[in-house]
Ligand binder design. Structure first.
Ligand code: CP
Ligand code: NVA
Length: 318
């Protein structure tokens, strides 16, 4: 049994709407201080272990830079350079690593693996991407949306402004899609899903409580109609490379292009978690165009994760 006194972030619905309100406010403050070169060192002498079983650029840099900026330090492990790649049981690794550090971030394959690690960990565990979920990315994406389209009268990101919004998901029913769906259920917006046949979201895998927060569209352009945000992801996620050729054929009509963006609201934003493949899941015109906020999304990974690490270790600081 996972120790209920330890707060993990293994999927988006591990936190509630009120906790997200707190995190968005803290992320805004932490970002402001970062931009002003003001020190923010709540995690002095704390250590984050980062375990990567899959490749990464943004997750590695954002967690590592973020932890140093909070006054802490990091240990970086990969499958290849640790005993994880030599079949040491995940439970044993969790027991050992969590005796030496204060926080663990893991990027791995099956969600069950990170759950097993968390069950045996003495410290909070953060999901840095699994086959099923990518909660830190959606945390950054929602913060980015609110910065652009959902601030209150004081200029603060206000998650209440997400209510009633429409997010169009064009592409694979993957870890990003699952996490968008959990966020929609929790924060009161709707996801318009369009995936090729055979690549649909499985609501049970996504851990949804109802079917009330999403609608399914055969044609991706119909999914984009009237959307506030259009988003997509690679056609072949890490771990699915053997399916690449079949996926290239199946996804050919699921490239977010200018025509799809025209179907969305005029003020709609475009997002992509990156890395992107121009000419596959998105046209260069869209990702490099005026509605795209992909660079803000990437930068905001660091600011929201700093707020998340602070919260998991220290709770609600003022
Ligand atoms: N978006 C994201 O998680 O990027 P990396 O794979 O580079 O970490
Ligand atoms: N769905 C992609 C996201 C990469 C950040 C993958 O899992 O590879």
């Amino acid at each position: 049994m996972t120790n209920p006194a330890i707060k993990h972030y293994l999927q988006f619905n591990d936190l509630n709407a009120d906790e997200y309100r707190h995190l968005f406010a803290r992320a805004a403050l932490i970002k402001k201080k970062f931009k002003a070169y003001e020190k923010h060192h709540p995690l002095v002498d704390r250590t984050l272990a980062m375990i990567f079983e899959k490749a990464s650029t943004r997750t590695r840099v954002s967690f590592e830079a973020g932890m140093y900026q909070l006054g802490g330090s990091v240990v970086h492990l990969t499958t290849g350079d640790s005993q994880l790649g030599r079949a040491e049981p995940i439970e044993d690794s969790a027991k050992v690593i969590s005796r030496m550090v204060d926080l663990v971030m893991i990027r791995t394959y099956e969600q069950t693996k990170i759950e097993r690690f968390a069950t045996h960990s003495r410290v909070p565990v953060i999901n840095g991407l699994t086959n099923e979920f990518h909660p830190c990315q959606i945390l950054a994406d929602l913060f980015t949306y609110l910065e652009h389209r959902g601030t209150d009268t004081l200029g603060q990101p206000d998650p209440a402004r997400l209510a009633g919004k429409v997010v169009a998901w064009v592409g694979d029913g993957n870890n990003m899609a699952n996490t968008w769906l959990q966020a929609a259920e929790l924060l009161g917006f709707t996801v318009h899903l369009s995936t090729p046949s055979g690549y649909e979201v499985d609501p049970a895998v996504a851990g949804l409580r109802s079917s009330g927060s999403y609608k399914i569209f055969k044609d991706p352009r119909d999914a984009c109609a009237g959307a506030d945000l259009v988003t997509t992801d690679v056609w072949t996620s890490m771990g699915y490379e053997a399916e690449n050729e079949a996926r290239m054929r199946a996804f050919a009509n699921w490239c977010v292009n200018a025509d799809m963006m025209r179907a969305a609201k005029p003020e709609a934003l475009f997002m992509h978690c990156l890395p992107a493949h121009r000419g596959e899941e998105v046209s260069a015109e869209v990702i490099d165009g005026p509605q795209s906020v992909v660079w803000d999304e990437a930068e905001n990974r660091m600011h929201v994760q700093k707020a998340l690490m602070e919260y998991l270790l220290l709770g609600r600081v003022a």
